[in-house]
Each structure stands twice: as structure tokens, then as C-alpha cells.
Ligand binder design. Structure first.
Ligand SMILES: NC(=O)c1ccc[n+]([C@@H]2O[C@H](COP(=O)([O-])OP(=O)(O)OC[C@H]3O[C@@H](n4cnc5c(N)ncnc54)[C@H](OP(=O)(O)O)[C@@H]3O)[C@@H](O)[C@H]2O)c1
Length: 288
């Protein structure tokens, strides 16, 4: 289905999604623990996501934990046919709010079944294997963990697979084991470790889904970004989203927000047209 949202659509394996998606992490309570402070506002954000025609929601059982998936179900089940919910497994939460790895076969099986139960689904559209830890990617084999997800896929519980928080080597290892439709890593205007990987994935028709597209818990700040935004009469965060859509056709956006007003602002802002001069100026930010 065509999307009137900025960026149009992308195909993740057999799933058509709007390139403008939504990241649900901000809906949980402080520190991504517990329920949201304002439950009705969180439900309203999710319904606005649907009403704007966004067909890609990114979530994880670890958000809350489990609260965010249950909110998604409450707000949107039965889901519109076009809507695809992408989840992650591979990290748990500890009582201090940490994100310890949980990638043993039994952890992954439990996580997939919890996601199915909490989201009210018979099969998960896309599961990302979340690697590394809260500090970033770590070099380690993905074979055992991905093998477990492939088994669950063969049982019909998962449609498509992706990896997250992965090194380029892990992406290559994963692709030799199973078809991988997306890579979800940290990337934004100011943090550009994956430039080369993005271009390689674009050539292979694999989506790259930057997490922290707006800078994450501390929104992006840069005088060069502010200067371009002022010239365009736009906000810096709008320019940051529009830049990602311009950066490469395989980039999908999943900006997070707990505010319906910010969600609308982000959709409108991502559609900004950037000139070659604007792009050249913005390009320098992450290369300094
Ligand atoms: N794979 C992984 O390991 C991983 C890690 C982190 C995140 N993720 C995924 O990536 C998604 C995006 O990351 P994120 O939500 O952490 O960070 P983000 O999208 O970079 O930024 C979210 C922050 O920006 C603020 N914001 C959003 N729109 C705004 C606007 N128009 N004006 C002012 N502030 C605005 C939000 O606050 P308000 O709520 O006040 O709008 C929130 O604090 C997550 O939701 C999650 O699904 C994945």
C-alpha cells in the first residue's frame, strides 16, 4: 500500500512498511521501567500513530518490561492489516533498570512467547536479535542465538528476522545463517559509525533502522544543525529526521515520543526538503 507519509514505503522481506515508523520505548515509565505516568496519553499516542497511517511500530518485551507491549495491544488490537509490529529479543531488565543480555536458547524462546502473549499475536512479523549490551555492540558469534530464532521461525512464530546493536562482522555472520531484512543500530546526524554499513546494506536491499535518530535520551544539539534549521524555519529535530530520509533510501525512521504533539511535529518535519547545500553543511556535523 502506498504511504503518503514522508519517505514513502519500504519492503522488509514480505512486509510493506511506511519508512516513517514509530519507536515505542518512550511510552514506558521513567528509565523505561514500569507503566507510563499518563496511561491515557500513551494510548492516545499509539492511536495517533495508527491514524496517521504509520505501519511500522518498533517495540521490545524489555520496555517496561512487558508494559509497552501490553499498551500496544490495548490501544490497537485487533491490529489494522497493514500495521507491522517489530520487536526485539536478547536483553532482559534487572531490578536496577539495567539491560543484561539474555540470549541463551531458553531466554529467547521465553521472550518470543511473552511477546506473542503480550501483543496478542499468533506470529511476530519481525524479530530483531539484540546483540551486545547497553554500551554498544560486542564482538561475539551470533550463531547459537540466531539459530534458536530460526527454529522459532520454522515453527511459524516469527515471519522475518533482523539484528540489532550489531557489528558489520555480526551482520555478515547472521546473513550467512538466515535471510536478514533489517539492521537496527545506533545512528544519527552526529553519530555515524555505520556509514559504510548503511551503504553496503542499501546495495543488498536490506533496511537500516537507526535507533536514537533524535539523539535518544539527550536530544541532538549542534550549532551547525541549529543554523540549517533556522534558515529553513524548522526545528533542529525536524532537520535531523529529514536528513536521515535523505541519507539513504534503505533508512527507516523509528523516532520515539510520548507526546502526540511531538509525533505530529516529527511526521511533518521529516518531510522537509533539504538542498545539496543544506546536506553538505549537515554532513560535516558527524564527521568532525
Ligand atoms: N535496538 C536497541 O538497542 C534500541 C535502543 C534504543 C532505542 N531503540 C528503539 O529506537 C526508538 C527511538 O529511540 P529513542 O526513542 O530512545 O530516541 P529518539 O527517537 O532519538 O529520541 C526520543 C526523545 O526525543 C524526544 N522527542 C521526540 N520528538 C520530539 C519533538 N518533536 N520535540 C522535542 N522532543 C522530541 C522524546 O521526548 P518526548 O517523549 O517528550 O517527545 C524523547 O526524549 C525507541 O523508541 C526504540 O523503539 C532501540
Amino acid at each position: 500500500m502506498a504511504s503518503s507519509l514522508p519517505g514513502g514505503t519500504w519492503i522488509l522481506g514480505d512486509l510493506s512498511v511506511s519508512r516513517f515508523g514509530y519507536g515505542a520505548m518512550q511510552l514506558a515509565g521513567p528509565g523505561v521501567m514500569g507503566p507510563p505516568a499518563d496511561r491515557d496519553a500513551a494510548l492516545a499516542v499509539l492511536r495517533e500513530v495508527r491514524d496517521l497511517g504509520i505501519t511500522h511500530i518498533d517495540t521490545a518485551g524489555a520496555y517496561g518490561p512487558r508494559f509497552t507491549n501490553r499498551l500496544i495491544r490495548e490501544a490497537l488490537h485487533p491490529y489494522p492489516e497493514a500495521l507491522h509490529i517489530v520487536t526485539k529479543v536478547g536483553a532482559d531488565r534487572d531490578p536496577q533498570g539495567g539491560w543484561p543480555p539474555a540470549r541463551k536458547p531458553e531466554d529467547l524462546r521465553r521472550a518470543v512467547h511473552e511477546n506473542l502473549e503480550d501483543l496478542g499475536l499468533d506470529a511476530l512479523d519481525l524479530v530483531n536479535l539484540r546483540l551486545g549490551d547497553a554500551e554498544g555492540p560486542r564482538p561475539e558469534s551470533v550463531a547459537e542465538a540466531l539459530g534458536t530464532l530460526v527454529e522459532l521461525q520454522q515453527q511459524g512464530l516469527i515471519r522475518q528476522l533482523g539484528v540489532s546493536n550489531a557489528t558489520a562482522e555480526q551482520v555478515a555472520e547472521a546473513r550467512a545463517i538466515a535471510p536478514i531484512v533489517c539492521v537496527q543500530n545506533m545512528y544519527n546526524l552526529a553519530y555515524r559509525q555505520d556509514d559504510k554499513l548503511i551503504d553496503e546494506l542499501a546495495e543488498q536491499g536490506i533496511a537500516y533502522v537507526p535507533f536514537f535518530p533524535l539523539g535518544g535520551f539527550s536530544p541532538l544539539q549542534s550549532s551547525a544543525l541549529s543554523a540549517v534549521a533556522a534558515r529553513l524555519n524548522a526545528t533542529p529535530l525536524s532537520v535531523a529526521l529529514a536528513w536521515l530520509l535523505h541519507r539513504s533510501p534503505n533508512i527507516l525512521l523509528i523516532p520515539g515520543t510520548s507526546s502526540t504533539a511531538h509525533l505530529r511535529e516529527n511526521v511533518a518535519g521529516a518531510g522537509l526538503r533539504l538542498s545539496p547545500e543544506d546536506l553538505a553543511e549537515l554532513d560535516k556535523i558527524g564527521r568532525q
